[in-house]
Design a protein around this ligand. Structure first.
Ligand code: C9U
Length: 588
């Protein structure tokens, strides 16, 4: 009997397994039981199955179709097992495969007569007792039309039950239908499964690999471009340096700044360090604190050979300014006490970013703008600032002939933020990123290609109304003079007299916003013709009134009426003579 039920269960579960992936593990379990012919395990398995079926019948939502009609029968009928004979029936019992050795079994709820054709086509006939009526008797016969998921063929069976002592004794074995032709359901082969995995991997790996490759290519292109740009910049740098006569390679090693500068002053026509020293400048400098930030980039105080230096780090978008400033400092004799002292330029690559450095002397008092905001000035201090600044401007504007000469240079961005205050109260002019040069002998005016323009607040009327003659170098000088007049106004406001002093203010502070546009400035300066206010207090003071008159002559609407820098310097010296304390100190 057990063997029969076992065969039935097996064939049933083969079907279930063929339709439900989750039960695949049960199938292998049963396969194992089958192969081992272990009846003990089978009994346990039968119990397990009964329990499972009970669970499923409790679940109202269980989908019978999913489990096949067979399981539906199992589930529903288990709960309603009829207990007809309290002591059970006696049945005729004979074992599969050919119902040999008949005997009598007892205590059955039903007697059964069964025919089974197993998955290999072998027929088994048996009779016997059963108490799992629902499991055995109410099971529909199975025609084996569904193929086994693994083997590709299935078993058939038919079973008849009866109730009554020995009711199955003369019962015929139920006939099984002929073996159906079943289409073998394709079982994916190992190679097919591998193919799927391969396809999946390819679908994931390929895009990732392509993306990675693309990123690498882009990075390589960027790196190539960056290196090329660096090479170009180095080329520009080298070009300037090659123009220096008698260039001498010198190690920065143990020399002090002064020794190096003294040497570089006598070694060529440019200012700053010898080229080879400049190449390693950035590596030798330790940046200490950021002392300025702006559209141009940043300014840092650094330490080089134990001395403070200023480092201007340009944004790479303002490369033109770095290039121009380096060019101006390198090719012209710009070493002057009122021009910011140049040490060198370096372009380095940090984290694949081009860093453009301009290294100069460091002035602890900062810019004139900072200084004026901080302190009110005595007349001596005022005149010292103005005289030293105009002296720097005269030097710039003047062409010097000869081997130690220099072209005339117009600054184009004179303002208090571009003037630095030395410890002795004199000033130096900085920022030559926009400078224009002119050489009389060739008549050539060199205007750099630079998208940057001067500071709008300090723009002269002829720039604002675009009437400036760019062909004439003199026009550029006059633009500087106009801007210097505004600087004079800012400084003079901070000069104390008996009547007091004004707070620091930027020119046109009452008329335009903090960052005025070109149109705003044009309206104020050209259309309305405004100029900064000459304070009444100034009229009461000889020096201040003199300065007032001078600035008026310098910001004249008609640029040709404006005084040349040398004339301004002379006028300032005349004013300085009114100040006895200063008269003696001022030379030249
Ligand atoms: C920000 C304008 N600027 C200042 C300096 C430069 N630009 C510069 C120009 N070309 C090449 C290199 C640098 C500059 N600054 C100093 N000294 C300095 C010291 C203190 C300050 C600013 C500048 N402070 C700013 C306000 N906060 C306190 C510190 N020396 C040389 C050049």
């Amino acid at each position: 009997m057990k063997k029969l039920v076992y065969l039935l269960v097996l064939t049933s579960l083969q079907f279930i397994n063929a339709t439900d992936d989750e039960t695949v593990k049960d199938e292998s379990k049963l396969d194992k039981i089958l192969n081992e012919h272990d009846w003990q395990k089978f009994a346990e398995y039968e119990q397990e199955l009964s329990a499972d079926s009970e669970d499923k019948s409790v679940d109202e939502n269980s989908n019978d179709e999913e489990f096949g009609s067979l399981l539906a029968d199992f589930g529903r009928n288990f709960n309603s097992l009829p207990l007809l004979a309290p002591n059970g029936f006696s049945c005729y019992s004979c074992e599969a495969p050919n119902c040999s050795h008949p005997h009598v079994c007892a205590g059955a709820s039903h007697c059964y007569t069964a025919s089974v054709r197993d998955a290999h086509g072998e027929e088994h006939f048996s009779k016997g007792c059963t108490n799992t009526h629902a499991f055995v008797c109410k099971t529909e016969s199975y025609d084996g039309r569904h193929s086994h998921q693994k083997h590709g063929h299935s078993a058939q069976y038919s079973i008849q039950c009866c109730q009554g002592d020995m009711c199955n004794e003369n019962a015929e074995f139920p006939e099984l239908e002929p073996v159906p032709v079943v289409e073998k359901e394709p079982v994916p082969s190992f190679a097919d499964q591998n193919g799927h995995i391969l396809k999946l991997l390819l679908a994931v790996i390929c895009p990732v690999a392509i993306l990675g490759l693309l990123v690498i290519v882009i990075l390589m292109i960027m790196r190539y471009k960056h290196n090329k740009r660096m090479e170009e910049l180095n080329q520009v740098d080298r070009q300037y340096q090659e123009e220096m006569v008698g260039l001498r390679a010198q190690a920065a090693g143990d020399s002090t700044l002064r020794e190096i500068f003294d040497d570089s002053m006598t070694s060529g026509s440019g200012s700053g360090l010898p080229f080879l020293v400049q190449r390693t400048l950035a590596k030798q400098i330790s940046l200490r604190e950021c002392i300025g930030k702006g559209r141009y980039g940043e300014v840092w105080r650094g330490v080089w050979h134990g001395e403070s230096i200023a480092v201007k780090i340009f944004f790479s978008r303002d490369e033109a300014s770095w290039q121009r400033e380096t060019e101006i400092y390198s090719t012209t004799l710009l070493r002057h006490e009122n021009i910011l002292g140049y040490i060198g330029s370096d372009c380095t690559s940090r984290n694949s970013c081009t860093q453009l450095w301009l290294v100069t002397h460091y002035h602890p008092l900062g810019s004139l703008y900072d200084h004026l905001n901080r302190t009110a000035l005595s007349k001596v201090e005022t005149l010292r600032i103005l005289l030293s600044t105009i002296t720097g401007l005269v030097h710039l504007h003047t062409e010097i002939f000869g081997t130690q000469g220099k072209p005339a240079i117009a600054h184009r961005d004179i303002k208090t933020k571009n003037i630095l205050v030395r410890a002795d109260g004199t000033c130096v002019i900085a920022d030559f990123g926009l400078a224009v040069t002119h050489t009389q002998t060739t008549g050539e005016t060199n205007i750099p290609q630079n998208p940057r323009v001067g500071t709008k607040r300090y723009m002269s009327p002829e720039i604002l109304d675009m009437s400036m003659n760019m062909q004439s170098f003199e026009s550029f000088r006059r633009v500087d003079v106009y801007a210097f007049a505004l600087v004079m106004w800012e400084v003079t406001r901070r000069c104390m007299s008996h009547e007091g002093v004004e707070d620091y203010a930027l020119p046109f502070h009452e008329m335009v916003a903090p960052d005025p546009g070109f149109e705003d400035m044009h309206k104020v300066v050209c259309v309305d013709g405004f100029r900064p206010l000459i304070e009444e207090r100034w009229e009461e003071d000889k020096v201040l009134s003199g300065l007032g008159r001078l600035m008026r002559d310098c910001w004249h609407e008609n640029s040709s009426v404006r005084l040349p820098a040398l004339r301004i310097k002379k006028s300032l010296m005349k004013i300085a003579q009114l100040e006895p304390k200063l008269g003696l100190e001022m030379s030249e």
